[in-house]
Design a protein around this ligand. Structure first.
Ligand SMILES: Nc1ncnc2c1ncn2[C@@H]1O[C@H](COP(=O)(O)OS(=O)(=O)O)[C@@H](OP(=O)(O)O)[C@H]1O
Ligand SMILES: Nc1ncnc2c1ncn2[C@@H]1O[C@H](COP(=O)(O)OP(=O)(O)O)[C@@H](O)[C@H]1O
Length: 181
């Protein structure tokens, strides 16, 4: 089987505004150019459709992450590189997704986009950190809601210390090293 037809889920976990989506899309562009089939399962889009009605409680986040993991595995099992830029703040949810993939014999890579909260809050792409600071929002991941840092990710990207293109290249190298690119 060629590397382009080997499916895998690549989960990019990290805080809001860490750069998960930006890096996933940069990697996706490169993989598509090389002939891979790629889907980016973006958290916001999923929450509008597949997870409509779910909030940000621990239980709802767990449900959201497991649903996304289910869809990613289906795609990956059919030869797609499923790139998932979704916060997934709880280790047990991420483990459940990993186990689901292992049970199906589908590759799963966990990537921690480790941008620190002070950098994320300065970027504040969606204005969530400002809302939290002014009391209009509570339960923001990394501020007043938990983010359990992955202990042994397949790759940890210090994304604030390098360019988007460097981060995408590091991810691509991970895939190459695992026989997936
Ligand atoms: N309270 C709170 N905490 C964290 N994030 C919040 C919250 N409210 C809204 N958002 C926005 O929701 C986007 C999607 O979240 P996810 O589905 O990735 O989150 S989770 O894995 O279910 O925790 C997430 O997208 P990203 O910024 O792309 O990470 C946030 O912008
Ligand atoms: N080195 C970098 N790596 C990734 N994103 C960066 C970097 N420097 C600045 N950014 C910007 O930070 C923002 C990250 O937003 P986004 O990718 O939507 O984050 P997330 O999906 O983690 O919420 C984007 O506007 C991106 O252009």
């Amino acid at each position: 089987m060629s590397v382009t037809s080997r499916g895998a889920t690549v989960w990019l976990t990290g805080l809001p505004s860490a750069g998960k989506t930006t890096i996933a899309r940069a990697l996706a562009g490169r993989l598509v150019e090389e002939g891979h089939r790629v889907e980016v399962l973006d958290g916001d889009e999923i929450r509008e459709f597949l997870s409509a009605g779910l909030g940000f409680s621990r239980e709802d986040r767990h449900t959201n992450v497991r649903r996304i993991g289910f869809v990613a595995e289906l795609l990956a099992s059919h030869g797609v590189k499923a790139l998932v830029p979704v916060i997934a703040p709880y280790a047990d949810s991420r483990d459940a997704v990993r186990k689901h993939h292992e049970a199906a014999g589908t590759r799963f890579l966990e990537v921690h986009v480790a941008t620190p909260v002070d950098v994320c809050s300065q970027r504040d792409v969606k204005g969530l950190y400002a809302k939290q600071a002014s009391g209009q929002l509570t339960g923001l991941t990394g501020v007043d809601d938990p983010y359990e840092v992955p202990e042994t990710p397949d790759l940890r990207i210090e994304a604030h210390q390098q360019t988007v293109s460097d981060s995408a290249a590091a991810l691509h190298a991970l895939l190459t090293g695992r026989g997936l690119a």
